[in-house]
Design a protein around this ligand. Structure first.
Ligand code: GLC
Length: 567
């Protein structure tokens, strides 16, 4: 049976014209700005391109490959943290916010990158890790040697332990990375000392954002990079900087991992204080003549709370990873897209859509049929077809969109990394119960041959590349008109031509069960087929782009989608 897009079974329509909240002290309405429909390419620096052959990507490697990002059709890059860091969490553990890690280059290289990107018309969005710093940050080092109650300790969350000699953590709170969220220190005489709070790894002590020294310091961090031409910040784990002074047990079981999107409200996440800080950052950003973009990584349990982060004097947009979690199911996609879009409109803004990131499983693998392990180089699996269709959908939505490096190549999650090569703290803190995020962070394959396929001059890279990636390298895909890379290039070129900057409306058209038909404007539709049967399109429909070629009967195949223009 061939399903028809207009079939009457299970018709749903939802039109989004939610009016943004306007509060009396609002400034003038935000006009269309560069990020409204920008495509933001996420560069995970360690794995993008290596110029000095140490097996780790760096800034100069990125500079050499900027034309690739531009030709893909991106408008901006979000670059993972390049600051000085012991790299215990890939740079999300910063020990100096005003300099660049020697692993990645120098401050001069960073400036060269910013300038070169701007010459190409690419904006630069850095990653601001403000919830915590590295335990090697000078502040934390002096806190360790300072007494209980000192102003040095006030910059963090130091507390006395419970039980005899304070040997038990202050309460039962858990880390997102596994294990307790408290780490005990040692006093100078070797006796057990106070505990400090770490929402992530113990090498990432949380900063006390109620403290004015912390706040003023980060104002300077923002200005330091804005003054160098950076166009914005992706704000890492930003909801975590709000914390209430309430140290009750939360009822965690010993093996629980804290998940911000699952747990009922806790005092150490998404507390009211965060909004005061966001408003402060926005004031810092607003001083600049060119618009500086504040994009929050906001993970909250109740999506409606996203709106609170998007009030006009707070963030311009949020990245939510909820779309990275939906299964291959039309209703799930429709529900999640509608909920996120409504939440951001309520908050007066647009969403930044993303299907993956350096923290998530690769899209191709997420949508792969259970148990259908793809043979190396097999680029036509169910997972590939679905991932291509899902990107077609994400790129049709109003708002900006983020593409994690390698998604445009259809790279899959690498699951067979040897134990002794794994790096993610999650793997170790959960005693290997959770595999962690290394599998999506594998160095990119650029060429068909050579050591590490053009990623580096040396074969041994910081995470090993799997076999079979020559077949999905950039070089291979550039030579193949039907490749995923070429599809992305067509989609992005079309997207920048057909969508305007200020149209945030869309609607779901009536469609058959398992088919999504999203409409924008009078004649654009994006139709995605989640059913097990082909879907016929109308005679009046002109195909602008399809995730896989349509059959001669004008059918959108199973696990495929198309952008259509009604003539
Ligand atoms: C964010 C980053 C992630 C990092 C964590 C702690 O979620 O995306 O990679 O591990 O924050 O900084």
């Amino acid at each position: 049976m061939i399903a028809d897009v207009g079939a009457r079974e299970r018709i749903r329509t939802s039109i989004h014209r939610a009016s943004p909240i306007v509060t009396p002290d609002d400034e003038t309405t935000t006009s269309a700005t560069w990020w409204h429909r920008a495509v933001i390419y996420e560069v995970y620096l360690k794995s993008f391109a290596d110029s000095d052959n140490d097996g780790v990507g760096d800034i100069k490697g990125l500079i050499d490959r900027l034309p690739y990002i531009k030709e893909l059709g991106a408008d901006a890059m979000w670059i993972s943290p390049w600051f000085v860091s012991p790299m215990l969490d890939g740079g999300y553990d910063v020990s100096d916010y005003f300099d660049v890690s020697p692993l990645f280059g120098t401050l001069a290289d960073a400036q060269e990158l910013i300038d070169a990107s701007h010459r190409l018309g690419l904006r630069v969005v850095l990653d601001l890790v403000a919830n915590h710093c590295s335990s090697e940050h000078p502040w934390f080092q002096s806190a360790l040697t300072s007494p209980r109650g000192s102003k040095e300790r006030e910059l963090f969350y130091f507390r006395d332990g419970r039980g005899e000699n304070g040997l038990e953590p202050p309460n039962d709170w858990k880390s997102i990375f596994g294990g307790p969220a408290w780490t005990q220190t040692r006093n100078a005489d070797g006796t057990p000392g106070q505990w400090y709070f770490n929402l992530f790894d113990s090498s990432q002590p949380d900063l006390n954002w109620k403290n004015e020294t912390v706040r003023a310091y980060f104002d300077d961090v923002l200005r330091f990079w804005f003054d160098r031409g950076v166009d914005g910040f992706r704000l890492d784990s930003v909801a975590a900087i709000g914390k209430d002074d309430d140290y009750r047990d939360m009822g965690f079981a010993p093996d629980d991992l804290y998940r911000p999107d699952k747990w009922a409200p806790v005092p150490f996440f998404d507390a009211e204080g965060v909004h005061e800080v966001l408003r402060r950052w926005r004031r810092v950003a607003n001083v600049y003549e060119s618009e500086k973009f504040l994009l929050g990584e906001v993970v909250v349990r109740d999506i409606d709370r996203l709106a609170r982060y998007l009030r006009r004097d707070e963030l311009q947009s949020t990245l939510s990873f909820d779309l990275c979690k939906v299964s291959w199911d039309a209703d799930e996609f429709r529900h999640m897209i509608t909920t996120l879009h409504d939440a951001s409109l309520t908050g007066h803004s647009w969403m930044t859509w993303t299907l993956s990131s350096h923290d998530e499983m690769r899209t191709v693998s997420r949508f792969e049929d259970e148990g259908a392990a793809s043979a190396p180089g097999d680029v036509a699996t169910t997972g590939h077809r679905r991932a291509r269709a899902a990107y077609l959908l994400a790129m049709a939505l109003p708002g900006s969109a983020c593409i994690f490096q390698g998604e445009e190549l259809g790279l899959w999650e690498v699951t067979d990394i040897p134990d002794d090569r794994r790096q993610d703290p999650i793997y170790f803190r959960t005693a290997k119960r959770q595999i962690g995020r290394d599998g999506c962070r594998i160095p990119l394959p650029w060429e068909n041959d050579g050591p590490s396929l053009g990623f580096s001059g040396r074969a041994e890279t910081w995470l090993p590349q799997p076999s079979g990636w020559a077949d999905v390298s950039v070089a291979t895909q550039l030579d193949d008109e039907t490749s995923t890379l070429q599809l992305f290039r067509s989609i992005l070129a079309l997207r920048s031509r057909i969508f305007s900057d200020d149209n945030w409306e869309f609607s779901w058209e009536p469609s058959a069960t398992g088919v999504l038909a999203l409409r924008r404007g009078p004649n654009f539709r994006c139709v995605i087929n989640f059913t097990g049967e082909p879907v016929r399109i109308g005679d009046d429909d002109e195909v602008l782009v399809a995730s896989s070629p349509l059959s001669s009967d004008r059918e959108i195949g199973v696990n495929c989608g198309a952008w259509l223009r009604t003539r």
